[in-house]
Write a protein that binds this ligand. Structure first.
Ligand code: NA7
Length: 537
């Protein structure tokens, strides 16, 4: 790659997933010269990294795709919630349509970046010692760029196969007839356990917190039905930006106790039958605000799930009568036969809140009650240093040489969830203090991507060379993010939304909980009033 060595460009984008590709496509149209640095070997971001058994998106298509008409016009899916292999094919299709790869340096990991004041440019350093110079630095590294590994004693001693879900070998792992342990019950753990059980001899799930998983209601999609619906796509994409989470549906304009118990039961049932996140994001509007309302939803959920499990011990671990946390304050996984699968005698679920894992041995896992269980394969579905971990891990320095990891040591400060004081001409998306975890990825990426692109166009048109948010604007944004979250039930639950999944990480709301429409309005106001909150020169 001639450009990849000591490259000079207008815009350096980090990450070639949904976000990075969108930025590149839109900025090219405006005549910006862009390059992408990508640590992986292919386009697709999260779908490039995640190929564990069962990896699948939990948002329906066509909501989970670009609104770019060249891309959607001649693309169809095979099912409502596609798996990783089909998502990878989607990115191959995106490549055919948008010709992205010619400007991507793959296997290029960014390990440092600083702003050179005299030239007003970012100098970006890669792991293998290359450097790039760019007027703008755009970070599209997503919320799951840094894995979270448990620190159990003996984890290196295990003689079988052990893999983190997002480092799963591309060639797969042969689990046929084997004893498989799955640790973690986030979206990943549920999918992994469910899929692995199809061929494994046994699956044992180590659960710290039950996943309040919802029925996926997967459905095959025909080409014909999708083609017939395509004329409606532009309207679908316009509409998704008007909903709280960037979906095709929204919370209903009614509180839980406005309905009679019978009406409520029927409504909950309808959400379950429609499947996906409807029971979460198209529920009564007080679901995530009111404890009593939330309890109603939990009780319905527990009743439905408990009825599917015959083993009383497993039933109480998987769907306890008392809620482990408010429903929806941790991300529900979408399951297909998770509960029936774990109910089978050969499979098991271990409550590691009660009996924590104390050690990994050469042959298995030991828990605090002294029990040792033997395994051939251990799958770590222990998640990520979510939202902030990736950006803190890139060696980013502010104008005074202070690392972002230092600036964010005791908490996160950004402006609009897209910029940071002291990091001029740097924007990021799908990260801290934006709608990130409370929204559909492509909706969030397009909302923030359009703002970044419009901001850069404005900077160019007005001849502004330097654009840096003020610390006051950051303080105000952080206050807003906290205030919005404090009205909800989220702060009461230890989740990755709250930074509470990684030991030692500050507990704070990492996401903007006001929904996409309000978020967009606030960001647009800042731009339309002439870079309000930024110092420009
Ligand atoms: P998550 O949602 O962070 O889930 C991680 C799971 O691993 C969760 O159940 C954790 O329990 C558990 N965990 C984490 N550390 C440990 C240790 N040390 N011991 C035992 N169990 C542990 O990650 P996912 O990969 O499932 O999903 C990430 C997002 O990607 C998902 O929400 C989708 O948006 C896509 P806990 O709940 O903290 O008690």
């Amino acid at each position: 790659d001639s450009y990849a060595d000591n490259l000079e460009t207008d815009v350096l984008i980090v990450g070639a997933g949904f976000g990075g590709i969108y930025l590149m496509h839109k900025l090219r149209q405006l005549g910006f010269k862009c390059k992408i640095y990508e640590a992986g070997k292919e386009l697709g971001g999260i779908w490039h990294w995640n190929c564990y058994p069962g990896a699948r998106v939990d948002t329906q298509v066509p909501i989970y795709e670009y609104s770019i008409s060249e891309v959607w016009q001649d693309w169809t899916w095979s099912e409502r919630y596609p798996g990783f292999a089909e998502l990878r094919r989607y990115f191959e299709h995106v490549e055919k349509k948008l010709d992205i790869k010619k400007d991507v340096a793959f296997e290029t990991r960014v390990v440092g970046a600083h702003f050179d004041k005299p030239s007003s440019k970012w100098i970006i350093d890669t792991e293998d010692g290359r450097h790039a110079k760019a007027r703008y630095l755009l970070l599209a590294t997503g919320f799951a760029a840094k894995r979270h590994f448990p620190d159990w004693m003996g984890i290196d001693k295990f003689k079988g196969e052990i893999h983190h879900s997002s480092f799963w070998p591309d060639a797969g792992v042969d689990v046929k007839g084997k004893r498989v342990a799955v640790v973690g019950t986030g979206s990943t753990g549920v999918q992994l356990a469910q899929e692995t059980a199809k061929t494994a001899g046994s699956v044992t799930v180590f659960q710290r917190t039950p996943n309040l998983a919802l029925p996926m209601q997967q459905k095959p999609l025909t080409k014909e039905e999708q083609q017939k619906r395509k004329p409606k796509y532009p309207e679908i994409y316009r509409h998704r930006m008007t909903t709280f989470a960037g979906f095709q549906y929204d919370f209903i304009d009614k509180n839980t106790f406005d309905d009679t118990p019978e009406e409520r039961e029927a409504f909950y049932q309808k959400c379950f039958d429609n499947g996906g996140f409807e029971f979460w994001l198209a529920n009564y509007k007080d679901l995530l605000f009111d404890k009593e309302a939330n309890r109603q939803a939990y009780d319905f959920w527990a009743k439905k799930v408990r009825a599917r499990i015959t083993d009383p011990r497993k039933r109480d671990i998987l769907a306890p009568l008392e809620p482990p946390h408010a429903f929806g304050t941790k991300r529900p996984s979408l399951e297909q036969n998770y509960y029936e699968m774990l109910d089978k005698p050969e499979n098991d679920v271990i409550d590691i809140k009660k009996t924590p894992i104390v050690e990994v041995t050469e042959t298995g896992i030991k828990t605090e009650d002294g029990k040792h269980r033997e395994f051939d394969v251990i799958a770590l579905a222990t998640g990520f240093d979510s939202v902030t971990g990736g950006m803190k891990n890139m060696g980013l320095q502010d104008v005074d040489g202070v690392q972002l990891s230092e600036k964010w040591k005791n908490g996160t400060w950004s402006y609009l969830g897209m910029s940071c004081a002291g990091f001029p001409n740097m924007f990021f998306l799908y990260g801290a203090q934006g709608p990130t975890a409370f929204s559909n990825g492509p909706s969030c990426v397009e909302c923030q991507g359009d703002w970044i692109v419009d901001a850069m166009k404005k900077l160019k048109d007005e001849g502004i060379k330097y654009c840096d948010p003020t610390r006051e604007a950051e303080e105000e944004w952080r206050r807003k993010v906290t205030e919005l979250s404090d009205k909800t039930l989220f702060p009461g639950t230890s989740s990755w939304y709250m930074g509470a999944n990684v030991p030692g990480k500050p507990r704070e709301q990492l996401n903007y909980a006001g929904g996409i429409p309000l978020y967009e309005k606030e960001c647009r106001e800042a731009l339309d009033t002439g870079f309000q909150g930024f110092v420009t020169a």
